[in-house]
Design a protein around this ligand. Structure first.
Ligand code: ADP
Length: 181
């Protein structure tokens, strides 16, 4: 059984096997949680991202995909970088599918690495503009479904929400889905 937990806090401080980064497709860093991970994790993460870009992802990592690097100086073993979709109502169905894919792919990569514990931020819910309650619904629904199947080796998937508003929204959605805290 995988526990799904919610905490309010900073993802760069989590002692877990995998920290998931809401990256952009360039893999070369950005603002928000991406900036915080690179700042705290140090230059080794960016070096590996550059190598991945050069070897595999010259045109950028496609939206919905995930790749792993070292976690550098973070108290984690790996960072899994995933590229969330920018919110756009006109293409809601496609993009919601891509957002779900971010969670599925990140969990797949984590399970392949042999990770037991994974921490996620609210992918796409910052600069990429996804409404928080809908981002929470997709995130929690997808993770709950994935840990019942392909990622069942994981012991904990932790959502690390930045600020009380984000935490409160995730908690409400999770309780509404019958989840336990
Ligand atoms: P995106 O471009 O995918 O929207 P952002 O980094 O802008 O990514 O935001 C994603 C979510 O991560 C937002 O809810 C934001 O508040 C949150 N966030 C920002 N910094 C941190 C952090 N250090 N730890 C956890 N979550 C964070």
């Amino acid at each position: 059984m995988t526990r799904i937990t919610l905490v309010e806090g900073d993802i760069t401080e989590q002692q877990v096997d995998v920290v998931v980064n809401a990256a952009n497709s360039s893999l070369l860093g950005g603002g928000g949680v991406d900036g915080a991970i690179h700042r705290k994790g140090g230059p080794q993460i960016l070096e590996e991202c550059r190598r991945l870009r050069a070897s595999h992802w010259g045109r950028g990592l496609p939206t919905g995909r995930a790749v792993a690097t070292t976690a550098g100086r973070l108290p984690a073993r790996w960072v899994v970088h995933t590229v969330g979709p920018v919110y756009w109502e006109d293409e809601y169905e496609d993009r919601a599918g891509q957002l779900a894919s971010c969670y599925r792919e990140s969990l797949r990569v984590a399970a392949e690495l042999g990770a037991r514990t994974v921490a996620f931020p609210a992918v796409s819910a910052g600069v990429y503009g996804w409404p928080l309650d809908d981002a929470a619904r997709i995130a929690l629904g997808t993770v709950a479904a994935t840990v019942a199947g392909p990622a069942r080796e994981l012991t904990e998937v932790r959502f690390v929400l930045f600020g009380t508003a984000a935490y409160g929204t995730f908690e409400q959605v999770w309780l509404g889905m019958g989840g336990e805290q």
